[in-house]
Ligand binder design. Structure first.
Ligand code: SAH
Length: 246
């Protein structure tokens, strides 16, 4: 089944952009996923095709109008009933590999890209729009964030990645960062590939990789490590695994 990506944006010319090359580009040409980049301005209701207005309460910048956004979302939902609608916003829930996996397993996604100061808040509850952030940074628009979200989904679609197993050992797939990689030359500027990786002893290699994955997660991402250890304790005690929301 084709994964249907609909992007609602003021800059449809930004798509497929980087998703038109390499694995995602081939998958697009082969019909593994489909892209519809929709111009939000087409849903403006006045003769000047206005999409934004000044913020209620005052302040700098402009806010995307809820009526225009809703018309664009309704148009996308009419073509893809029941499809999840996601808005890119720094105020949203941080995107995780788990959520990407869920989206990639579904029929597709409708992605709303903001500009200026962002969206009129009423769109989120008014159309069941999920707010998603791609990190504690502020971009000038939601398009780059949408490209990230779509790229992460597309590489998981069946047949897109060369070796299916390479997706499973990736960072975050088991709640940990991946172990580090090396390749030839064996020695470079006095730095060598760790001995164990050249030993041919698969059990030892697996053990080394597991340890590095755990050590690196603990030191680099204490937040991930705590969650990982918490999940392990919970599943060991037979308690129902609770998904931590924060
Ligand atoms: N005034 C907003 C920022 C608006 S930035 C605030 O302070 O929260 C303009 C648009 O860029 C946003 O509407 C959103 O679509 C996009 N954007 C910026 N940073 C983002 C992030 N970290 N994740 C997802 N989208 C982001």
């Amino acid at each position: 089944m084709t994964f249907a990506a609909t992007v609602l944006t003021l800059y449809p010319e930004m798509f497929p952009g980087p998703l038109g090359v390499s694995l995602a580009g081939r998958a697009l040409r082969e019909g593994t996923w489909a892209l519809d980049a929709v111009q939000i301005r087409d849903f403006a209701i006045d003769k000047h095709r206005t999409v934004d207005d000044t913020p209620a309460g005052g302040g700098a910048g402009m806010v995307l109008r809820v009526d225009v956004l809703a018309a664009a979302v309704d148009h996308a939902l009419a073509a893809h009933p029941g499809c999840p609608v996601v808005a890119m916003t720094p105020r949203g829930k941080p995107l995780t590999q788990e959520r990407v996996r869920e989206l990639a397993a579904g029929p597709g996604v409708i992605v709303l890209c903001g500009r200026f100061e962002g969206f009129d808040e009423r769109i989120f509850a008014g159309r069941q729009v999920e707010e998603v952030s791609v990190g504690d940074i502020v971009l000038s628009g939601g398009e780059c964030a949408a490209l990230m979200l779509l790229d992460a989904c597309i590489r998981l679609l069946p047949g897109v990645m060369g070796a299916p197993s390479s997706g499973q050992e990736e960072s975050f797939e088991n709640g940990l960062l991946e172990y580090p990689h090396y390749t030839r030359p064996v020695e470079w500027e006095g730095r060598t590939i760790p001995e164990v990786l050249r030993s041919g002893d698969h059990a030892k290699i697996a053990e080394w990789r597991k340890r590095r994955s755990e050590d690196d997660t603990r030191s680099r991402r204490p937040d991930l490590w705590e969650r990982h250890v918490g999940a392990r304790v919970q599943s060991a005690s037979g308690a129902q695994r609770e998904v931590q929301d924060d």
